[in-house]
Design a protein around this ligand. Structure first.
Ligand SMILES: Nc1ncnc2c1ncn2[C@@H]1O[C@H](COP(=O)(O)OP(=O)(O)O)[C@@H](O)[C@H]1O
Ligand SMILES: [Mg+2]
Length: 351
């Protein structure tokens, strides 16, 4: 019998304990859940080191993961308070992300699952961001509309069931988080861009008329259509030698970038007759966007489920949450599971 046959043949529990592992970018994370209850979450980040280079250096990330993965998993298992009870499955991000970084978490997870004889579950990182809401509200059930806004993806998705999705609209060029990062660079703000724009925006006013509803009808987004006016505005002022407020640029950019996200999520929910909007991805950690979503959903009579800020950016709790869905569906991975740099939205990566 192969490992997969043995692991998949184990009786499945209703509320399994699942260990999640995440290492796709610069966060080494591990978390334990029991059913939809979060027992522990550890996030060790190499971001401070990456900040010196203005972005993530893959080689540095991989080495940092190698050093941190043991501690992250040990702490997560200890802090979960499960004593001698072993996890019933190990869920791990297999893509998308930096290959070298992914391989650290993936190899660790394989060894851990193999040693315990429990199933290995390969998780698509973006599905993880989408599943974070299930931990925020353990009673949450599909159908609902999901707003996904991360560094690599921006989309409005109709989540029909735990495993079926309809992409109603997505970005035609840059993702929302990418736009935050690029705008931050134009304003001379350090990496990571999103949180720094949010901080600077608090000191400014959204008075510069950047386009609010940029190109692309329906539910599509075009963040490059927002990035260019921001760059042109700053460079134009600089060339003319005119002073301008960087804080006002940050606030105006943030207002435009977030306005379209909230508007499209609410419109999509209305079209589908859904009563709930959920959100996930790094940009959802933005306080201005969270307040705007709360306001617009309340006005439209929609329930809003937002993961805590620390579960919007990269973490392993969301990987365990998506792992639970796959566990219940009986979707287990083989030990030959490889890392995948790109996984198109709505598709499976190479398994
Ligand atoms: N407070 C914030 N405001 C706006 N953007 C943010 C904030 N925090 C993080 N981000 C953005 O989120 C992105 C990272 O999110 P993440 O969901 O991990 O992306 P991905 O998984 O696609 O790589 C970055 O582009 C970052 O700038
Ligand atoms: Mg992420």
């Amino acid at each position: 019998m192969t490992y997969l046959e043995r692991a998949a043949g184990r009786p499945r529990k209703d509320t399994p304990v699942i260990l999640g592992i995440e290492s796709s970018c610069d966060e080494t994370a591990a978390a334990v859940i029991r059913g939809r209850e979060l027992l522990s979450s550890v996030i060790l980040s190499s971001a401070p080191e990456q900040a010196k280079y203005g972005g993530v250096v893959p080689e540095i990330a991989s080495r940092a993961h190698t050093e941190a993965i043991g501690e992250a998993v040990e702490r997560a298992v200890r802090e979960a308070g499960i004593g001698d009870e072993a996890p019933d499955a190990v869920a791990v991000t297999y893509g998308a992300g930096l290959l070298g970084a992914l391989l650290v978490g993936l190899s660790f997870a394989k060894a851990y699952a193999f040693a315990l004889g429990v199933p290995l579950i390969g998780v698509d990182h973006i599905r993880g961001h989408m599943a974070a809401a299930y931990l925020a509200d353990p009673a949450l059930e599909p159908p609902f509309v999901t707003l996904l806004a991360s560094g690599g993806h921006t989309a409005v998705i109709y989540t029909k069931s735990y495993t079926e999705f309809e992409i109603m609209g997505s970005t035609r060029d840059d993702a929302a988080g990418e736009a935050f990062d690029k705008a931050a660079r134009v304003l001379g703000l350090p990496y990571p861009g999103g949180p720094n724009i949010e901080k600077l925006a608090r000191e400014g006013k959204a008075v510069i008329p950047f386009p609010k509803m940029f190109a692309g009808g329906g539910y599509d987004f075009s963040y490059s259509g927002l990035k260019t006016p921001v760059i042109n505005y700053c460079h134009g002022k600089e060339q003319k030698g005119e002073a301008y407020s960087r804080a006002d640029v940050a606030a105006s950019f943030q207002s435009a970038a977030c306005g379209v996200l909230a508007a499209r999520a609410v419109a999509a929910a209305k079209e589908k007759g859904a009563d709930t909007v959920v959100a996930g991805g790094g940009v959802i950690a933005n306080g201005y966007l969270r307040a705007l979503l709360a306001e617009e959903c309340a006005r439209a009579g929609l329930r809003l489920v937002l993961p805590e800020k620390k579960f919007c950016t990269d973490n392993a709790a969301m990987i365990a949450a998506e792992g639970l869905i796959q566990y219940r569906a009986g979707n287990f991975s083989d030990l030959s599971l490889n890392a995948c740099a790109h996984i198109p939205l709505g598709k499976k990566g190479k398994q």
